[in-house]
Each structure stands twice: as C-alpha cells, then as structure tokens.
Design a protein around this ligand. Structure first.
Ligand code: R5P
Length: 294
C-alpha cells in the first residue's frame, strides 16, 4: 500500500507532479476552489488515513490565498487521520518582515510560521529569506528542513559558462551565501557588491571589487528578484564597465511590477530562475533536490 501521497496545490501543480514522479510516490487528488464570496474550499478526493501526506505549495503568486489553502489542507489532512503532514513550500513568503521597522508593524515572519505550524508536522523550504532570524528553528517549532538551490544553480552555471571568462556577482553582502558559495564550488571567480536600500523600490549598488570586466560574462546571483531593483541597479553598474554580457539568476523569481521586462531593458542578456515559483524564466529544476528530501 502507498504510504506517501503527494498533493500538488494550485501554485505548484507542475512542480508537485514532478516531485511525486521523482520520489516514486503516488500523486493524490485534491480539490481547491472558491466559494462565491471568495472563501477557500478544500476537499481530499481520496482516503489518507494512516498515510504520509505531502502538500506542495509555493507562496507566490497570491501569498495570502496560498497560505489559506495549505493551512486548510494540512489541518484537514490531520483531522482525516493522516499519519504525518509535510508541507513543501519552496518559496516561503512573509520572511522578509522580520523586524518592526516602524512602530506598530506586525512581525509577519513569526505569524506566518505560527499559521503554518497549525497545519503541518514538518516544513521543507528552499533558501528561505532568513536575515535577522538566523535559523528556521527560531520560527518553526515543528520538524523543518532548509534546502539550498546552490548545487542546482552551480550545475547550471558550469554547463553554460566557462570559468575562464566568467565572474559571479552577488549584489549585496547577504547574497554571498549564494554567489560566493556557488562560485567557490565550481572554481569560478566572484565579487560581492554593497547595497543600500532606501525604500522597497529604491536601492543603490556600490561596486566594491574593481577588476577588468571587459570581455567577461557576468552572472549576478541572488535569492529573490521581487521588485527587481536590486538586480536592475547591479546590471546598470556592471554595464558601465563594458563586460561581454550580464546574466541574472535567482532562486525565487517573483518579478513583481514588470520586473522581468525592466531587467531586460536594463541590459540583462538572460534571466533565469528556479521553478520554486512558476515563471517564464524558469530554467533550473528543483524537483530532484526536493524529492530526495521527502
Ligand atoms: C535582499 O536582501 C534579498 O536578498 C534580495 O536582494 C531582495 O529581496 C531583492 O528584492 P528586490 O528585487 O525588490 O530588490
């Protein structure tokens, strides 16, 4: 009898199916729809008593609906007798509001974690945006696993580019955990820039490592492209230095407010993301990384 059943929730239909296939697990049927007033309706279309239920749901687009869907499905699975409920949430939304930047604000990261803990026994995510909170365990008091897309991105870069004429750039200090680590793992050169953020839509990038950029392929790597301003400003700074081409890679391609097109206009020759969030830039598949963990 199948013990693990993978359910692909609305934001991760394709990824969920690939994870089930790679993990050699059964793919389950689940209905999620809306009541006329906008409320979320969830129904498991099969028996899950005594089974390990794996819910795959990334939290973009529509993070609020995505949250409600996975919490309702997880809680329902428990009530229906699932042995264990595992949430695979490749892009974990709400993690960036990890401080009261202004009086009265909510600590959304803690509250989002608290909601997810009510529906899940374990959470698996990919490169969550942890900044002031350093470890998943500070937020999640359930089993948790933080995966990194670094190996998949490193493999992609090493297949497409040559270490001889390529520099991997991190647009800010935090991004060195992707850019520098990836570069070191494949023996490529790296440079980490400095970023000052004035508002969600205004950032300034300072190039701190001057090298001969001419004739180089520059690959900027970051965890998230959201408004795109971090990448856009990094691309503009590098373009001033006359490289051969500038490429952008991110784990989570949110590309809000036309960021993908703006990045192209700024001069990015290629823009590639992992399939943590569904987007036309998806070029790096995470299903195998995740399937190994479930
Ligand atoms: C910030 O520290 C992150 O690593 C990303 O650089 C940031 O979230 C990107 O946001 P945006 O695309 O809005 O500049």
């Amino acid at each position: 009898m199948e013990q693990k059943i993978v359910f692909a929730l609305p934001n991760s239909i394709g990824l969920g199916a690939r994870i089930a296939e790679r993990a050699n697990a059964k793919k389950g049927e689940l209905t999620i729809s809306r009541f006329p007033d906008g409320e979320t309706y969830v129904r498991f279309e099969e028996h899950i008593e005594g089974k390990e239920v794996i819910l795959v749901q990334t939290m973009n687009p529509k993070p609020n609906e995505a949250m409600m869907e996975i919490v309702l499905a997880g809680r329902t699975a428990k009530e229906l007798g699932a042995k264990k409920v595992v949430g695979v949430v490749p892009y974990l939304a709400y993690m960036r509001q990890d401080k009261r930047f202004h009086f009265g604000e909510s600590l959304s990261n803690k509250i989002a974690a608290w909601m997810l803990m009510h529906g899940l026994d374990k959470i698996i995510t990919v490169d969550p945006h942890l900044h002031r909170v350093k470890e998943m365990g500070e937020l999640f008091h359930i089993e948790h696993k933080k995966l990194s897309a670094n190996s998949a991105i490193a493999e992609f870069i090493s297949k497409k580019f040559s270490g001889k004429d390529t520099v991997i750039v991190g647009p800010d200090i935090e991004s060195s955990q992707w850019a520098k680590r990836i570069a070191d793992s494949i023996g490529f050169r790296s440079a980490i820039f400095l970023k000052e953020r004035f508002s969600p839509r205004k950032v300034k990038i300072k190039v701190t490592t001057e090298l001969d950029w001419r004739g180089k392929n520059v690959v900027i790597v970051d965890d998230i492209v959201s408004s795109g301003h971090t990448m856009i400003e990094a691309v503009k700074e590098i373009k001033k230095r006359k490289p051969k081409a500038v490429h952008c890679i991110c784990v989570h391609g949110i590309f809000a407010e036309g960021a993908f097109e703006k990045l192209g206009k700024a001069g990015a020759k290629t823009i590639v993301s992992t399939n943590s969030v569904v987007h036309k830039s998806n070029g790096i598949d995470l299903s195998e990384l995740i399937a190994r963990e479930i």
